[in-house]
Design a protein around this ligand. Sequence first.
Ligand code: SAM
Length: 288
Amino acid sequence: MTEIERGILYLVATPIGNLADFSFRAVEILKRVDLIACEDTRHSRLLLDHYGIDRPLVAFHEHNEETATPQLLERLRQGQAVALIADAGTPLVNDPGFPLVRSARAAGIRVTPIPGPCALIAALSASGLPTHRFAFEGFPPRRSAARRARFEALRDEPRTLIFYEASHRIMDTLQDLAAIFPPERPIVIARELTKRFETITASTVGEAGALLERQPEQRRGEFVLVLGGAPEASPGDGLCPDQERVLRLLLEECSLRTAVALTARITGVSREAAYRTALRWCGQGGAG
Ligand code: SAM
């Protein structure tokens, strides 16, 4: 049986569509806490009833979290066990709770996660795009000008980029992505994850808008957009500024052959890359 501790704040992940995606531990904890703070008590009651969880609920959402936070902290200080849940997925991931967690930790109250579903991780893991480095950008700004400015700032980001988007903005967002990112940039549209009509569609920034235009049903539901990062320069593509500086200095003092060899030894760049750069500077490098 899961032991419950007193005076502790549990951050409990809940399903993002499929009710069965609720961990045993999450259910056990929620059955035993003194209080469950949730965004929408009516919405969460449906899920909790399904699992026979009948603990008291208190509303905790973006409009009251600043005022509700001190009340929850007081309960925690009194030794009560409190759980925070979101409407769906992991609390604090584009959902309320940050001020509460920050204040609780600052007050020396133990905060512990009960991990589980999270739309961005589910989408990333199934996207087929690189997962070893990624950046989660939440919802893009609502207005097109601000959205394009945000995309502009991210265009050269080499990490995989992840966005949340709502159905009423998906087409505008895809249009703005196409205006800023190169058309061949891969994008995966993860829609209605874990639900009956889940689709995970791989496309490109240049084609994704037209794809959804042709299939109205693909414009409905909840979306995660996973965008391939900017290609990183491979070692043969060019020299970084430090490597260029070394090569320039050596070219002033030695033959091209020696300068290339020394640059490679000193900076670790490949001889081929240094040689190509040197030839280009000397006007013999052609287009490459
Ligand atoms: N806390 C949640 C999490 O852990 O993923 C995210 C909450 S955020 C307010 C809601 C957004 O998450 C939706 O608009 C959508 O972009 C994304 N999302 C949530 N559930 C999803 C699902 N089943 N399929 C695709 N996207 C989902």
